[in-house]
Write a protein that binds this ligand. Structure first.
Ligand code: SD4
Length: 316
């Protein structure tokens, strides 16, 4: 097991080469978005240490967040759409290209596990809405009662006073969990789960369940996940873009920075809009970058589980 180091390049005849840093990564490794990533990473590492696969680990990790009552944008306690209905999006993917997702699904406590069932038990990648709910029933998932959590109900009642529909996610309004991980053999997997944008139009689906937007994993290259205003991320196929940039030789950090540059160039009025990306490559080197300051993520290795502030395009 190697530790995450930035080793200065060995001097060579080429002066420029000697300036370059060689990045050495770490395995196993798990990255997750935002503060809730810390307990989620702990749950994921626990699963891995108990002999679970990296897929089991990324599912277990975000299941923790899906139950977190303090979290207002993951799970059934998340903020509802503008009709007052909470609808959930989730996706899961393994490094050999298998993937599953659910979108616009209601009454399911663990959409990430439903996404895994779509991947494993159907010939499809994505199920949405009523069809996803029917599939959940077939798979034995209990249907939860459709009542807003006390926090969400309070926030929704307040929002209804003006019912201002602003499809933005800024630095005070975020929480989706995206998790990517690699085990000590180099197998990767990722998961992403959210209740999406608060007070969205009924039926709106964000980037999180869209393979290549909110999540992409390829054992040959690396993995990426996204958080922030889904519309901006979908427009650039954000996570797929990052993995492809890494395939072409960019480091995870360079790839995340390029994706943010692309996102800014394709989206107007970015001043109040936050989006952020996490990436790891197959060596276990990491990258993170956001549009605005304020994005943070949890990084777990076999030795520690710590919060790290991401750098960003706009400076504090
Ligand atoms: C979405 N990307 O539905 C999600 C929301 C999010 O932090 O990431 N919030 O657009």
């Amino acid at each position: 097991m190697s530790s995450a180091l930035l080793i200065p390049g060995v001097a060579t005849a080429c002066a420029q080469e000697s300036q370059k840093a060689v990045l050495v990564g770490e395995k196993p490794l798990i990255l997750s978005t935002w503060n809730h990533g810390l307990p989620a990473n702990a749950a994921a590492m626990g699963k891995l240490n108990a002999g679970g696969s990296i897929l089991d680990a990324v599912e277990e990790g975000v299941r923790d967040t899906e139950l977190d009552l303090a979290n207002l944008s993951v799970g059934l306690q998340g903020l509802p759409d503008r009709e007052g209905i909470t609808t959930l999006d989730a996706s899961i993917m393994t490094g050999d290209g298998n993937c599953g997702s659910v979108a616009f699904v209601r009454q399911i406590k663990h959409p990430i596990s439903l996404a895994r069932k779509v991947m494993e038990n159907t010939p499809h990648v994505m199920l949405a809405g009523e069809g996803a709910r029917q599939f959940a029933i077939m798979e034995g998932f209990p249907l939860e009662e459709e009542v807003l959590s006390p926090k969400a109900a309070e926030a929704y009642a307040k929002w209804k006073e003006t019912s201002q529909y602003k499809p933005i996610i800024n630095i005070e309004n975020h929480d989706t969990i995206g998790m990517i991980g690699i085990d000590s053999q180099g197998n990767m997997a990722g998961s992403c789960t959210t209740s999406g944008l608060a007070y969205k139009m009924h039926g709106r689906v964000g980037d999180s369940p869209i393979i290549g937007a909110g999540l992409y994993v390829d054992n040959e290259v690396g993995a990426a996940t996204a958080t922030g205003l889904g519309e901006t991320i979908i427009k650039i196929c954000g996570s797929f873009l990052i993995v492809e940039l890494m395939r072409q030789g960019r480091t995870p950090q360079e790839a995340c920075e390029e994706a943010v540059r692309r996102l800014i160039s394709k989206n107007k009025n970015i001043n109040d809009i936050q989006a952020g990306f996490l990436a790891i490559n197959k060596e276990g080197v990491t990258g993170a970058f956001a549009v605005h300051p304020g994005f943070n993520f949890a990084k777990a290795t076999s030795k520690e589980n710590v919060m790290i502030d991401s750098s960003s395009h706009f400076k504090p």
